[in-house]
Design a protein around this ligand. Structure first.
Ligand SMILES: *Cc1c(COP(=O)(O)O)cnc(C)c1O
Length: 426
């Protein structure tokens, strides 16, 4: 049982404490599993909110963190530098799409996106052609700060803050068949007024509902950006580090963004760290003897050495271990299981993007929609599986070390979920 005090002062994220079940205490983790204090195992089929790539507590990352913690814990990063940050930046530039030559560190996906937006606006201002129009996709999610919520879709999650959110031009989501409509809307937005930047989650929108879109559409968006001199920001916070089947999702479109955000998988999911990469054009626009052109951004823990060491260990794993093979193997394991589960007509809209599989559970009563996610989650947990549906969208995003048998148990739990949907409220 739970050993934590029942009157905990902790306020959990995205949690309605009045109706949420007691949080589950986790005491340890390894591979694809979380371990409770009672030694119960929970199969982490969402990679602990999309961050753990190779598996929990990968020994190489653990060793790197331990070693770095004893050497250099933290140092101010303005006017100072250190080896883990330098080496990681070098590796990122080598691994990222061509043309991304500079690396700005921060500590979360949201801050990586804030930095990207500020870089874009700073670029236009510093070259003395100010632009501030941001274009974003319908259903987008870019983080939970005021700036990133502004770029993201509006809804119940940000209604209270709406008065402070800035306006963006919103493109219809380029769903299958709707690509041209989205591209036309982008072209029209560019003609209507100068656009500073287009921000997208390449190939798959995460929190917006695991919505997939075509690589060719992204290539086409890159061409429109070029035609109208618009900066392309790729928010690869979720899609990076193999999630979509390639190291970065942009690779599948054969394009390079002007700015790229990476976070979640950057340290393999071990430490909070983010990086915003940009082209030399953007760096150069801030490079001046005029101090007012400085990029004015920092967070206290910018490029924390321990986090950078974890990032470097992750890079080492990518270079030394067959990670891409594991990713492709996981993708084909999903493919076979999705095909099997697809015969159950309780599910619709089956889709996959690399290591991520998603489907909709058909829900008869719209009234259950809001409640179905938490009810399903409880059902999955009772089978020892961590899945956290977005409404009636069930998605499976395990760490790459997941075995065929483990994945079978996840799909078995999903298959059993169709009964839950019919069983009504609690
Ligand atoms: C998770 C996510 C973010 C925000 O990252 P945090 O580390 O949670 O701040 C931004 N963009 C995308 C696409 C994400 O999936």
């Amino acid at each position: 049982m739970n050993s934590l005090p029942s009157q905990s002062p902790v306020w959990h994220p995205f949690t309605q404490h009045a109706i949420a079940p007691e949080p589950i205490e986790v005491a340890g983790a390894f591979g694809a599993y979380l371990r409770t204090p009672d030694e119960d195992l929970i199969l982490d089929a969402i990679s602990s909110w999309w961050v753990v790539t190779h598996g929990h507590c990968h020994p190489k990352i653990v060793a790197a963190v331990r070693e770095q913690a004893e050497r250099l814990d933290q140092v101010i990063f303005a006017g100072f530098t250190h080896e883990p940050a330098e080496r990681l930046a070098q590796a990122l530039v080598e691994m990222a799409p061509d043309g991304l030559s500079h690396v700005f560190y921060s500590d979360s996906g949201s801050t990586a996106v804030e930095v990207a937006l500020k870089m874009a606006l700073g670029y236009w201002r510093n070259i003395e052609a100010p632009r501030n129009r941001i274009v974003a996709l319908e259903h987008a999610y870019h983080g939970d700060t005021i700036g990133t919520m502004s770029a993201g879709a509006r809804g119940v999650f940000n209604a209270a803050y709406e008065p402070l959110l800035f306006d963006v031009a919103r493109l219809p989501f380029p769903s299958a068949g709707g690509e041209q409509k989205s591209l036309d809307a982008f072209e029209a937005a560019c003609k209507a007024e100068p656009v500073a930047a287009l921000i997208v989650e390449p190939l798959i929108l995460g929190a917006g509902g695991m919505l997939t879109w075509k690589a060719e559409t992204l290539s086409e968006m890159r061409r429109i950006c070029d035609r109208h001199d618009v900066l392309l920001i790729a928010d690869e916070v979720m899609t990076g580090w193999g999630r979509t089947g390639t190291l970065f999702a942009c690779e599948q479109a054969g394009i390079a963004p002007d700015i790229m955000c990476t976070a979640k998988g950057l340290t393999g999911g071990h430490m909070p760290l983010a990086a915003t990469l940009c082209t030399s054009a953007i760096f150069d626009a801030h490079y001046s003897t005029d101090r007012s052109k400085t990029f004015f951004h920092s967070s206290s823990y910018t490029a924390n050495p321990i986090a950078c060491a974890a990032g470097l260990a992750n890079v080492g794993i990518w270079r030394e271990e067959p990670v891409l093979e594991r990713v492709q193997n996981l993708a084909s394991m999903h493919e076979r299981r999705l095909a099997r589960i697809g015969v159950d007509n309780a599910f619709s809209n089956l889709r996959q993007c690399g290591t991520i599989a998603a489907l909709e559970l058909k829900v008869e009563d719209e009234g259950y929609l809001a409640d179905v996610g938490p009810r399903l989650m409880e059902q999955f947990l009772s089978r020892g599986i961590l899945l956290r549906p977005l409404g009636n969208t069930i998605y499976i995003m395990p760490p790459y070390c997941v075995t065929s048998d483990e994945l079978d148990s996840v799909y078995a739990a999903v298959a059993a979920a169709s009964a839950v949907a019919q069983s009504g409220g609690r």
